[in-house]
Design a protein around this ligand. Structure first.
Ligand SMILES: Cc1cc2nc3c(=O)[nH]c(=O)nc-3n(C[C@H](O)[C@H](O)[C@H](O)COP(=O)(O)O)c2cc1C
Ligand code: SF4
Ligand code: SF4
Length: 247
């Protein structure tokens, strides 16, 4: 069973490729969170969790989902972290989670994909992102085939611990907030931002989105807006958006 969380589409893309090659079923954690569905998940094949790296760890809401849900059948799990540069020491947190859940970790591996954090450092030009996607393809294929064959993933050299250990809690305390979001006059009222928010934090009022307080900075609303009508303060004005497709 492949389970993914994704804001800008990278992890969804990788999860779908793995499911396609391994012939496995797929669950969107986004949809489960949106529906507040924490029902048990049953799988005989190993569990494959795919999600983005947020400041050197899995997103907290993905971590919480895995902690809350009861998994029956297999106790074997793979974890794939999509990231823009490095997963830092995400593997240490994955190992801790597996220990708590009683999972045997068959491997953690990262895949470098385009940067999706428009409200953070911003993304690169389209041609750079296209090249990164092309370069990621053989790695995704190799990981998918290893998972299909139920082999252990190759170990990768972890990065420095400072981002995961020190800067991660600082980022959650200081940066992760929906306060900066606002829709401009370009908004057409299509409702995609509301539909895509995995935490139901975006609501349309009189045809325009408003943001609540429950945000995880997944960037699905701002990056996925077809009219590029959402800004995050002044930080995102005139900046390229990156969004790799839908559910
Ligand atoms: C809040 C946030 C924190 C991030 N932190 C990291 C990081 O520590 N290391 C990294 O390489 N990329 C980082 N990124 C980039 C994402 O991990 C990368 O774009 C990922 O593939 C996005 O996956 P998604 O499209 O499935 O949401 C971060 C992105 C966001 C939104
Ligand atoms: S996705 Fe964009 S255009 Fe559509 S309602 Fe939201 S802000 Fe408006
Ligand atoms: S408000 Fe936007 S950035 Fe925050 S969780 Fe919802 S979709 Fe993601």
């Amino acid at each position: 069973m492949v389970l993914y969380f994704s804001g800008t589409g990278n992890s969804r893309y990788v999860a779908k490729k793995i499911a396609e090659i391994s012939g496995d079923e797929i669950i969107s954690i986004n949809q489960r969170l949106k529906a507040q569905d924490y029902s048990p998940v049953s799988s005989e094949k190993p569990l494959v969790f795919v999600g983005p790296v947020y400041a050197g760890r899995l997103p907290r809401i993905m971590d919480d989902y895995i902690r809350k849900v009861s998994f029956t059948g297999t106790k074997h799990a793979y974890f794939i972290g999509t990231c823009a540069q490095t997963p830092w020491v995400t593997v240490e947190y994955v190992e801790k989670l597996c220990k708590e859940k009683g999972f045997t970790l068959l491997g953690f591996h990262s895949v470098v994909m385009p940067q999706g954090y428009i409200a953070g450092g911003g993304t690169q030009p389209k041609e750079v992102n296209d090249r990164i996607l092309k370069e990621a393809e053989p790695k995704i294929l190799e990981l998918a085939e290893t998972i299909r064959d139920q082999q252990t993933l190759p170990k990768e050299q972890p990065g420095k611990a400072i981002m995961s250990k020190v800067l991660n809690p600082i980022m959650y305390a200081m940066m992760i907030s929906a306060k900066g979001f606002a829709a401009t006059e370009k908004c057409t009222g299509c409702g995609k931002c509301e539909a895509r928010c995995p935490l139901n934090n975006v609501k349309l009022a009189d045809g325009k989105p408003t943001w609540g307080k429950n945000c995880t900075h997944c960037m699905a609303c701002i990056a996925g807006c077809p009219a590029e009508a959402i800004e995050y303060g002044k930080k995102t004005q005139g900046k390229t958006r990156y969004y790799l497709g839908d559910e």
